[in-house]
Design a protein around this ligand. Structure first.
Ligand code: NOJ
Length: 995
C-alpha cells in the first residue's frame, strides 16, 4: 500500500515505474498480515460483552435467560406468529418490549425477526447532535432478498396445547414444526419430530436495548497543581461510584458510548445496541459456510484447544493486506449463511444482518453410553452469533438435502447471474499493463504462442492520475484502437473502477458528485473525505437511488470515452477500503442515504457499489442490452445476482494455492459460486512450478484469472518457457475444451442455486468419511472430479472416492474404483482429473484462440458408463451474450445412454419461448462431431458402424449408418469406442443405436 501511495503523486507511468523499481530494490515487502490493524473480539466492545455473557451463562450454576415471550401477546394469522418478548431488567422489576414475528414460508423455511419497540417508534434520544436514524436497521432485506417470501398457507398452530409452549406445523405435509417455549424464550425447529436447529438453548439471546447515557457532571477547572490532583482523584472516585450505579450485574460499560481503536474514535449516538443469539445444531458435527475466511470447509471451533481457533469467525468486510490462511479473521466479503451437515440431513441458518458480526463455533461430543446398547455417540455444534446493531432476522432451513438448502437460499437471495460465455473463459490481468501498445503486444504474444485467452484487464494505472473514467493520456493514447484490436478475436477488456472519487480540481466526476450531494457523509452530515489510491477522496453512496442514477450516466459510451461494447468492469476496494480509516475502512458513525449509520450497513456496502455498476452496464447505450460482467472484491448475500468475485490479495505461496480450494468451494455452497483466486498468487513471484500448478488448479475455479501485484515480475503463461509454457497451455486448453460443461454448470447454478464446483459432501451427502474433504472438487453435475496438486515437488495425488462407481482418468481411461483413497500419478504435465461412471460430458475439441471463436464449433460427447452400463448428462447452450435466453433462445438437452437398449438419445428439456425457433435456426449447422464411450461393452468388439436417426431428417437419411471403432483396454485401462461424425444437430432430437 505504501508503494502505491507513492505512485499517486508521480506524474507519468515511466516515472512510476522507475520509482517502483527503486523502491522494490530497497525493500522486499514483509509478507505478513498486520494483526494489530484489525480487532480481536476483546477489542470490539460488543463482541467482548457478548462473549463474556456466554462465559457468565456457562459458569452459572443455574442461568435464567432474561427473555420471555408474553403469552397474552401471541397471535397467529396467515402463516405468521407475532408476539412480544419481554427482556427483564433489574431482576424482573422492569421490562423492555421486543416485538417478535415468526413467519412460516411456503418453501418450508421459517423466519424469526426481533425488533425493539422503543426504537421502532423512534422513542429514543440520540447523543450529541447525531442525525442518525433511531430505528434498528431494517432494510437489509431490501438489498439481500428477491423472492421466496410467500407465506405458507398450510402453516397451523398445534391443536394440542401444552402450557408454556406454542407449536406451529409448517413445511410440506406439515413435516416441520416450530416449538416455541415462552419462558425463557427458545425455539426448537423440528423435522419429522426431531430437533434440527435450536434457538437460545444456552440462553445467550441478548438484545442490548436502548438506554440514556447518564452524563457525568461537568467539572469546573481549577488552577494550581494541587487542586488538579485533588480533582482528578475526585473524578476517579465519582467514576467508580457511577460505574457501580450504572453497571448492574457487573456489565462493562467502557465501550457503550464510544470506542477507540488504532487512533480512531467511534462515537455511538445510540449507545450499546448489539444483538446476539446462540443457535445449536444437535447431532451435527460439521458446519460449513459464513464466507469469507481463509479456512477449511468444515469450520473449526473457536474457543481454543489443540488446532482450534481462539477467536470467533468475523464478518466485517475489510481490505486485509497480506492475509493469512487458516484463520477466522475477516476478509473482503460476508455471507452470513451457515449450514450444518450430518449423514442424511443438511440444515442451516441465514443471519440477515449487515453490521459487524462475529460467530463462535463450539462442538461438544457425547460419547456412546456402553450401558445403553445402540445409543451411538454424537457431536453437537453450538454457535453464537453476535452483531453490533440492527434487527435479529434469521431464516431457518430444514433441508433435508444440501440441494434443498442451496435452492431455498437461492430463492430468497437470488441465483447466480448467467454470465456471458467469455466470462467463464480465461482472464489475463496484472497490475498493470502499462500502455495500450503493451496490451496489444500481450494479446499478440498469446496468439504467437497459441495460448487461448478471452479477456485482458487494466488495473488502476490506466487512469489519468487515479481519476476513474479517464485514461492516462500518455500511456493510453488510443483506447479505441486497443479495443478494436482485441475485438478482432472476440476478446474483451476489463477496466477497474473503484468507489473512491479523487478530491481534486478539474475533475468533473468529483464536482458533480459533490454538487449533487451523492457522497457518503461523516457523522456531522458533511461529505466524508478519506484517503485511498488517489490520495484525498470521497466515496459514492450507492445506497442512494440518485447516486445509482448518476453512476449509470458515467458509463455511457459518450461519457466514459474510449470504452466500447467489449469493455467490462472490475470493482475493487468496495469494502470500502479507506487507507486512513479505522481497520482500513470507513468510520462506523459515517452516514449513508436515509441517515443509516455505516455501522448498520457496512457489510452491504460493497454489494451496493457492485450493483450500481451492474445497472450502469445495462444502460450504456439504448437498445444494447447484454449481460453485464462486473467483478467485485466485496460482497454480501445477493451479490451472486450481479457478477463474479475473487478472493483478493493472496500470496504466491503453495499454502495459498491450497487454501484457495476450500475458499472457492465454500463460496459455491454459500450461494455465490462464480468465484476464483488470483492464479499465481498476487503478492510475490511464484516459482515456475508453482505457477504451473496454479494454472492447473485455476482451470477449476469458476472465475479463472491470472493476476499479479505491481512489484512482481511479468508471468503471462508464455513467460516461463519450456516445458512450463507448454504445460500451462495444455491446462488452458482443457478449460476451453470443457467450456460447454462449465456453461451447463453455470446454467444449473442460475436456475437451481447449485454450486458450480462442488465439495464431496454435496455430491455424497451420506458419506461421513468425506464430509470434511475440501481439496478436490466436482464440476457441476458432470461427474468430473478434479484434485489439483498443491504441494511442491509432488508427482502424485491421493484422490478420495466416496462411492463404488467406476472412476476413469480423463486422459487415459485408467480405472479407479472402490471407496477410499487412490493414488493418481501427477507428474508436472499431468492434471489429476477423473470421470465418475454414469455421466455424459459435453465438450468442444477444436483448439481456438478465444471462446468467442468457438461459438459455432461442433461438440464431442464423452459417455462414461456406470456399474449398470448406463449414463446421463445434459447440455445448455445459448448465444452467450444477450438476455434472449429468457425468451427461450437456448438449447437444453438431456443425453441418456441406456445400456439395456444399447442406445444413446438426446431429448429436449427446454421450454419453448418466442425466440426458440429463431435461435435454433442459428444453430442448425452446429452438430455433434464425435461420441466417445469409455468402458465400452466388449460385445461391441468388431463392430464397424452404428445406426443414427435424427428427428426431422429426410426419409433417405432417417436411419443412416456411421463409422464406429472399438479399442480394447489393457490392464487397468478401460476399453473405449468412438462414433465418428454422427452429424446429429446439437439442437435436435436423435438416437444412436449400438445394437
Ligand atoms: C487491490 C486489489 O485486491 C488488487 O487486485 C489490485 O491489483 C490492487 N487493489 C490495485 O488496484
Amino acid at each position: 500500500m505504501m508503494f502505491s501511495l507513492a505512485i499517486a503523486s508521480a506524474p507519468g507511468w515511466t516515472a512510476i515505474f522507475l520509482l517502483f523499481a527503486t523502491l522494490c530494490a530497497l525493500f522486499s515487502p514483509a509478507v505478513m498480515v498486520k494483526h494489530e490493524n484489525f480487532k480481536k473480539c476483546d477489542q470490539s466492545g460488543f463482541c467482548k460483552r457478548n462473549r463474556l455473557y456466554a462465559d457468565t451463562a456457562a459458569a452459572a450454576s443455574s442461568w435464567t435467560a432474561p427473555y420471555s415471550l408474553d403469552p397474552t401477546s401471541i397471535k397467529f394469522n396467515d402463516g405468521q406468529l407475532s408476539g412480544v418478548i419481554l427482556k427483564s431488567l433489574g431482576g424482573g422489576q422492569e421490562h423492555v418490549k421486543l416485538p417478535l414475528t415468526v413467519t412460516f414460508l411456503e418453501s418450508g423455511v421459517a423466519r424469526v425477526t426481533l425488533d425493539e419497540e422503543k426504537r421502532q417508534k423512534g422513542d429514543i434520544a440520540l447523543r450529541g447532535d447525531s442525525k442518525a436514524r433511531k430505528e434498528r436497521y431494517n432494510e437489509a432485506g431490501s438489498w439481500a432478498l428477491v423472492g421466496g417470501l410467500e407465506v405458507a398457507k398450510g402453516a397451523a398452530l398445534s391443536e394440542k396445547v401444552e402450557k408454556g409452549y406454542t407449536k406451529v406445523y409448517y413445511g410440506q405435509g406439515g413435516r416441520h414444526e416450530a416449538v416455541i417455549r415462552h419462558d425463557p424464550f427458545s425455539v426448537d425447529f423440528k423435522r419429522d419430530g426431531e430437533t434440527q436447529v435450536r434457538f437460545n438453548e444456552r440462553g445467550l439471546l441478548n438484545m442490548e436495548h436502548w438506554r440514556p447515557k447518564i452524563e457525568k457532571p461537568v467539572e469546573e477547572k481549577q488552577e494550581g497543581e494541587e487542586q488538579k490532583e485533588e480533582d482528578e482523584q475526585k473524578k476517579e472516585d465519582e467514576d467508580e461510584q457511577e460505574k457501580k450505579i450504572e453497571e448492574p450485574k457487573g456489565e462493562d460499560e467502557t465501550t457503550w458510548w464510544d470506542e477507540s481503536f488504532g487512533g480512531n474514535t467511534d462515537s455511538k449516538p445510540r449507545g450499546p445496541e448489539a444483538v446476539a443469539l446462540d443457535i445449536s445444531f444437535p447431532g451435527y458435527e460439521h458446519v460449513f459456510g459464513i464466507p469469507e475466511h481463509a479456512t477449511g470447509l468444515s469450520l473449526k471451533t473457536t474457543r481454543g484447544g489443540e488446532g482450534n481457533y481462539n477467536e470467533p469467525y468475523r464478518l466485517y468486510n475489510a481490505d486485509v493486506f497480506e492475509y493469512e490462511i487458516d484463520s477466522p479473521m475477516t476478509l473482503y466479503g460476508s455471507i452470513p449463511l451457515m449450514q450444518a451437515h450430518r449423514k442424511g440431513s443438511t440444515v442451516g441458518v441465514f443471519w440477515m444482518n449487515a453490521a459487524e458480526t462475529w460467530v463462535d463455533v463450539v462442538k461438544s461430543k457425547a460419547t456412546a453410553n456402553p450401558l445403553s446398547l445402540g445409543v451411538k455417540g454424537h457431536t453437537d455444534t453450538q454457535t453464537h452469533w453476535i452483531s453490533e446493531s440492527g434487527l435479529l432476522d434469521v431464516f431457518v432451513f430444514l433441508g433435508p438435502t444440501p440441494q434443498d438448502l442451496t435452492r431455498q437460499y437461492g430463492e430468497l437471495t437470488g441465483f447466480t447471474a448467467m454470465p456471458q460465455s467469455f466470462a467463464i473463459a480465461y482472464h489475463q490481468c496484472r497490475w498493470n499493463y502499462v500502455t495500450d501498445t503493451d496490451v496489444m503486444d500481450i494479446d499478440r504474444k498469446f496468439d504467437k504462442f497459441k495460448i487461448p485467452y478471452d479477456v485482458i484487464w487494466l488495473d488502476i494505472e490506466y487512469t489519468h492520475e487515479k481519476k476513474y473514467f479517464t485514461w492516462d493520456p500518455l500511456a493510453f493514447v488510443n483506447p479505441k484502437k486497443m479495443h478494436k484490436h482485441l475485438g478482432k478475436r472476440g476478446r474483451k477488456l476489463v477496466a477497474i473502477i473503484d468507489p473512491h472519487i479523487k478530491n481534486t480540481d478539474n475533475y468533473p466526476v468529483v464536482d458533480e458528485m459533490k454538487k449533487k450531494d451523492l457522497a457518503v457523509k461523516n457523522k456531522d452530515g458533511n461529505q466524508y473525505e478519506g484517503w485511498c489510491w488517489p490520495g484525498s477522496s470521497y466515496w459514492v453512496d450507492c445506497f442512494n437511488p440518485a447516486a445509482i442514477t448518476w453512476w449509470k450516466g458515467l458509463f455511457k459510451y459518450d461519457s466514459f470515452k474510449g470504452t466500447a461494447p467489449n469493455t467490462f468492469i472490475w470493482n475493487d476496494m468496495n469494502e470500502p477500503s479507506v487507507f486512513n480509516g479505522p481497520e482500513t475502512t470507513m468510520p462506523k458513525d459515517n452516514l449513508h442515504f436515509g441517515n443509516w449509520e455505516h455501522r448498520d450497513v457496512h457489510n452491504l456496502n460493497g454489494m451496493t457499489f457492485h450493483n450500481a455498476t451492474y445497472e450502469a452496464l445495462l444502460e450504456r447505450k439504448k437498445g444494447e442490452i447484454r449481460r453485464p460482467f462486473v467483478l467485485t472484491r466485496s460482497f454480501y448475500s445477493g451479490s451472486q445476482r450481479i457478477g463474479a468475485m475473487w478472493t483478493g490479495d493472496n500470496l504466491a505461496e503453495w499454502s495459498h494455492l491450497e487454501a484457495s480450494l476450500p475458499m472457492v468451494l465454500n463460496q459455491g455452497i454459500s450461494g455465490f459460486p462464480f468465484a476464483g483466486a488470483d492464479v499465481g498468487g498476487f503478492f510475490g513471484n511464484p516459482s515456475k512450478e508453482l505457477l504451473t500448478r496454479w494454472y492447473q488448479a485455476g482451470i477449476y475455479y469458476p472465475f479463472f484469472r491470472g493476476h499479479a501485484h505491481i512489484d512482481t515480475r511479468r508471468r503471462e503463461p508464455y513467460v516461463p518457457g519450456p516445458p512450463y509454457t507448454g504445460i500451462i497451455t495444455q491446462a488452458l486448453r482443457l478449460r476451453y475444451q470443457l467450456l460447454p460443461a462449465w456453461y451447463t454448470a453455470f446454467h444449473e447454478a442460475a436456475t437451481t442455486g447449485a454450486p458450480i464446483v462442488r465439495p464431496n459432501f454435496y455430491i455424497h451427502p451420506e458419506d461421513e468419511k468425506g464430509f470434511a474433504v475440501d481439496d478436490q472438487l466436482y464440476i457441476g453435475s458432470t461427474g468430473l472430479l478434479a484434485k489439483p496438486v498443491t504441494k511442491e515437488g509432488a508427482d502424485s495425488v491421493s484422490i478420495y472416492i466416496a462411492d463404488s462407481q467406476p472412476y476413469y482418468d480423463y486422459f487415459d481411461y485408467t480405472l479407479y474404483q472402490g471407496p477410499g483413497h487412490h493414488t493418481v500419478p501427477a507428474p508436472l504435465e499431468k492434471i489429476p482429473l477423473l470421470m465418475q461412471g454414469g455421466h455424459i460430458i459435453p465438450r468442444r475439441d477444436r483448439p481456438r484462440r478465444s471462446s468467442g471463436l468457438m461459438k459455432f464449433d461442433p461438440f464431442t460427447l464423452v459417455i462414461v458408463l456406470d456399474n449398470a452400463g448406463n449414463a446421463e448428462g445434459s447440455i445448455y447452450v445459448d448465444d452467450g451474450e444477450t438476455f434472449d435466453y429468457k425468451l427461450g433462445a437456448y438449447i437444453h438437452r438431456r443425453f441418456s445412454f441406456d445400456g439395456g437398449r444399447n442406445a444413446l438419445t438426446s431429448v429436449n428439456v427446454g421450454t419453448k419461448g418466442p425466440k426458440t425457433d429463431a435461435y435454433l435456426k442459428t444453430m442448425t449447422k452446429v452438430r455433434v462431431e464425435k461420441v466417445i464411450i469409455v468402458s465400452a461393452p466388449k460385445e461391441w468388439k468388431g463392430k464397424k458402424e452404428v445406426v443414427v436417426s435424427e428427428e426431422g431428417a429426410k426419409e433417405s437419411a432417417r436411419r443412416k449408418k456411421v463409422a464406429f471403432s472399438y479399442h480394447e483396454g489393457s490392464g487397468k485401462t478401460a476399453a473405449w469406442a468412438v462414433v465418428r461424425d454422427p452429424k446429429v444437430g446439437i439442437g435436435k432430437g436423435w438416437k444412436i443405436d449400438f445394437s
